[in-house]
Ligand binder design. Structure first.
Ligand SMILES: C[S@@+](CC[C@H](N)C(=O)[O-])C[C@H]1O[C@@H](n2cnc3c(N)ncnc32)[C@H](O)[C@@H]1O
Length: 211
């Protein structure tokens, strides 16, 4: 993945955010050993940002779309209060098993509930409202996920969306994923139900607060 700022500055920013525990560094190592696309993990800097956002919003109930090996889920769970809950969705059993092993090593893992299956169907079946949603799954469905979750957000709730700069390809879209992200970004920016700001952190993180 292209880093949007100099790699040394990206590392400096991560080094000057709250350090990750050994559970996370071990998970990064295992993810590199056992999966083909370890760069899908949000990593230290975005993980720290997500944890801060959970604390800032005082979130109690979080939905994550795109678990992978569980880095971002555990980062957000650390920011939740003891009775907070995070539901995370994915279709991949193999990466889910890696995630569960990591969560089991953390006292915060018990706050996480993983559900396997196509995310659209799972979201449709979810009841109640969310204080925070993190969208980080298949890019072709981003607009669909957005339209499903916005009505489920409480007023003042936060939606964070990953990879919205898509390694810079949003400026010159060539394939279906590029075009899907471009269409999503326009859709979200024009959605009057939320206030949005796009951050140039890592691969681009859109933050949107429900009005
Ligand atoms: C970028 S990764 C998520 C990374 C994760 N947030 C982390 O920090 O480790 C995207 C995930 O979306 C999942 N995914 C892809 N299509 C999906 C679908 N239709 N429903 C649910 N999950 C899906 C993939 O299996 C993959 O694990």
């Amino acid at each position: 993945m292209l880093t949007l700022i100099a790699p040394e500055l990206e590392s400096y920013a991560a080094d000057h955010s709250t350090p990750e525990s050994s559970i996370f560094s071990d998970l990064v190592k295992i993810t590199h050993e056992k999966t083909d696309l370890p760069q899908m993990q949000v990593g230290r800097l975005e993980g720290a940002l997500l944890r801060v956002l959970v604390r800032l919003t005082g979130a109690q109930r979080i939905l994550e779309i795109g678990t992978f090996t569980g880095y971002s889920a555990l980062a957000m769970a650390e920011g939740l209060p003891e009775d907070g809950r995070l539901i995370t969705l994915d279709i991949d059993e193999k990466t889910n098993a890696i995630a569960r092993e990591a969560w089991d090593k953390s006292p915060h893992g018990k706050k996480i509930e993983a559900r396997l299956g196509p995310a659209v169907e799972t979201i449709e079946s979810l009841e109640g409202s969310f204080d925070m949603v993190f969208i980080d799954a298949d890019k072709g469905n981003y607009t669909r996920y957005w339209d499903l979750v916005v009505p489920k957000m409480r007023a003042g709730g936060l939606i964070a969306v990953d990879n919205v700069l898509w390694s810079g390809r949003v400026l010159d879209p060539k394939d279906d994923s590029d075009r899907a992200i471009v269409a999503f970004n326009t859709h979200a920016a024009n959605d009057t139900r939320v206030d949005c700001a796009m951050l140039t952190v890592r691969d681009g993180v859109l933050l949107a607060v429900k009005k």
